[in-house]
Design a protein around this ligand. Structure first.
Ligand code: NDP
Length: 331
């Protein structure tokens, strides 16, 4: 059996709990791949992972390999093929008597975590490792990690697939169509309320979703706000942030990189900008992506961006440039 080493940080958290069985079950990497899991947690909670490991054993998956718990990211990163970086410090937490509310403070605190994680994965991970950052602020955390990994053969991504799924769900309800009929749902920019879900380029049987909906007011107001604020709406309703859907999006992102993307479709994730679509180089930005037949991840080129979309792309670009400025001391 082929073996794969998968590292998950924040493994004792909510998303981790929903994610781990699906990584180990064969659903993600296939029924012929043995998945070794490296579960990473901060020292204060690493003990909790003993329970997680027992549960994973009790699932009885044929595809579960060795499962280990770590609080040392350098040790955990040895020969990893995949790293799912879920753990990060949430807004509102009190550290040394100070409540962390400002995005700038949050960026710096998480910056320290992702500096180490980047170095560890860059030094110890497989040459062609893929890294998906889920922990927020995900795009900028991924940028910090990527810079400190300093390993150009590795691929760093930040998750925007949940935003794409949220957008698809709203379209499916509006048009009364199946989710599977909706293709090329792109989330441009930052995984934050400035993201831009693009209904002009999304299509059903090759027809633009925006033209099928034919209701600009709904698209520019109800739809946009519902997708951008969905995370908060779930917290308000559930009393906790989305975990099952976030884990699902992480699994879908991994799977999207494992087989070629069909023509006319894409998958959504944020990667380092190479200047495509006039987005400044050097920020991790949500683009339409495809996996090629030889397994490469590429930005899909040549899509049309109308003037309304351009304005939205500029807003989310500005936010990402400001985030980059806020962490300029550590990159
Ligand atoms: P969750 O597992 O619910 O969330 C983890 C991260 O994912 C947070 O940054 C959160 O951002 C983000 N996230 C949550 N929902 C979504 C979503 N819908 N889409 C995209 N991102 C999302 O948090 P828990 O508090 O349950 O668990 C976090 C764990 O991480 C803890 O066990 C903690 O100990 C651990 N941790 C581990 C570290 C490490 O391994 N080095 C470092 C820091 C923490 P947001 O806050 O914006 O919701």
């Amino acid at each position: 059996m082929k073996e794969i080493n998968v590292l998950v940080t924040g493994a004792a958290g909510q998303i981790g709990y929903a994610l781990l069985p699906r990584l180990a079950s064969g659903e993600t990497f296939g029924s012929d791949v043995l998945v070794n899991l490296r579960l990473v947690e901060i020292p204060q909670v690493v003990e909790k992972l003993t329970g997680t490991i027992m549960e994973l054993e009790d699932c009885g998956f044929n595809t579960l390999g060795k499962v280990e718990a770590f609080s040392d990211i350098y040790e955990a990163s040895k020969d990893v093929d995949w790293a799912l970086l879920v753990g990060s410090i949430p807004r509102g937490i009190t550290i040394n008597g100070k409540k962390i509310e400002e995005r700038g403070d949050l960026l710096k605190i998480n910056g320290g975590i992702f500096t180490d994680q980047g170095k560890a994965i860059g030094e110890n991970g497989k040459k062609d490792a893929k890294i998906l950052v889920v922990g927020n602020p995900a795009n900028t955390n991924a940028l910090i990690g990527m810079i400190h990994a300093n390993n150009s053969n590795q691929t760093w991504m930040a998750m925007t697939a949940l935003d794409a799924n949220r957008a698809k769900a709203q379209v499916a309800i509006k048009l009364n169509v199946a989710i599977s009929e909706i293709n090329q749902m792109i989330i441009w920019g930052n995984h934050s309320p400035t993201m831009y879900p693009d209904l002009e380029n999304a299509n059903i049987n090759g027809k633009s979703v925006a033209s099928l909906i034919n209701d600009n007011d709904w698209i520019k107001n109800d739809f946009l706000e519902t997708v951008q604020q969905r995370g908060k709406a779930i917290i308000d309703a559930r009393g906790a942030s989305s975990a099952a859907s976030a884990a699902n999006a992480a699994i879908e992102t991994v799977k999207a990189t494992l087989s070629p993307t069909e023509d006319g479709d894409c998958f959504s994730a944020a990667v380092i900008s190479d200047g495509s679509y006039d987005i400044p180089k050097g920020i991790i930005y949500g683009f339409p992506l495809k996996t090629t037949t030889d397994g490469k991840i590429q930005i899909i080129q040549g899509l049309e961006i109308n003037s309304y979309a351009k304005e939205k792309l500029e807003i989310t670009t500005k936010e990402l440039l400001e985030e980059k400025e806020a962490i300029s001391e550590i990159i």
